[in-house]
Design a protein around this ligand. Structure first.
Ligand SMILES: O=P(O)(O)OC[C@H]1O[C@H](OP(=O)(O)OP(=O)(O)O)[C@H](O)[C@@H]1O
Ligand code: HPA
Length: 218
């Protein structure tokens, strides 16, 4: 009779396995090519004063949705394009008020980084997933300030020959405009205040506020 040798499996604790796998990297120190700076510059102290309540936003979105529905009543599909990241709350509420066949897509454009000043150079960080040639398209923006972002995005999307291209912005700060740009529909015209909330950030914070507030330094 052949006797098979029994294999015995030794289970090492997880931290020992991790240490064994990473010992080479630990000895070498961090790889300079993949090092990420996690330090953020200190933010001055500020408070947020409510400017537009969640209730007012919801009521205005209901009105805007009716206007959009009329404009696109004959569409076989409306491609609703949200400009990330600021429009993610607005687009979520807006599309749920639209009684139309819709497809949702996103484009990530950035020009402010973590500051309060536009770089005036709009970088496309993520393009649309779908094609828009010959389609009905609605671009959804959270705020039009200098106008550079919406202006450059609309120019770029027009080169793709949509059948109809319209834009909507929740907020508009016309006194700050640097280029001739206006969304086809606007939720609220606001004064020259740096605002946050309802998707809009200051240094990536406050996007989760349910209302629009203005930043006041203390
Ligand atoms: O009219 P403008 O002066 O161009 O400013 C408007 C843009 O600025 C903000 O985007 P940001 O670059 O901060 O990126 P975010 O959406 O990821 O916050 C905002 O969300 C608008 O897209
Ligand atoms: O008022 C603002 N707040 C946040 N981000 C912005 N980007 C343009 N204007 C603003």
């Amino acid at each position: 009779m052949i006797r098979h040798k029994r294999l015995s499996v030794v289970t090492l604790p997880n931290h020992v396995v991790w240490f064994a796998r990473n010992i080479k990297h630990l000895a070498q120190g961090p790889d300079p090519m993949t090092q990420v700076t996690t330090q953020t510059p200190a933010q001055p102290n500020y408070v947020i004063d409510e400017m537009i309540s969640a209730k007012s936003i919801a009521a205005r979105i209901e009105d805007l949705a009716k206007i959009i529905q009329t404009e696109f009543q004959d569409t076989n599909k409306l491609i609703v394009v949200g400009l990330l990241r600021g429009s993610f709350v607005f687009i979520a509420d807006l599309v749920r008020e639209l009684d139309l066949p819709v497809e949702v897509d996103f484009l990530e454009a950035s020009s402010y980084g973590d500051g309060m000043e536009s770089s005036r150079e709009v970088r496309i960080l993520k393009d649309l997933r779908g094609q828009i040639e010959g389609r009905d398209v609605l671009v959804v923006e959270d705020i039009v300030d200098t106008g550079h972002t919406l202006h450059q995005v609309i120019d770029m999307l027009n080169t793709r020959k949509p059948s109809k291209l319209k834009s909507i912005a929740l907020l508009d700060k016309p006194t700050r405009r640097e280029v001739d740009m206006k969304a086809d529909w606007t939720g609220f015209v606001i004064p020259d205040e740096f605002v946050v909330g309802y998707g809009i950030d200051y240094a990536q914070r406050n996007r989760n506020l349910p209302y629009i507030g203005k930043v006041r330094f203390t």
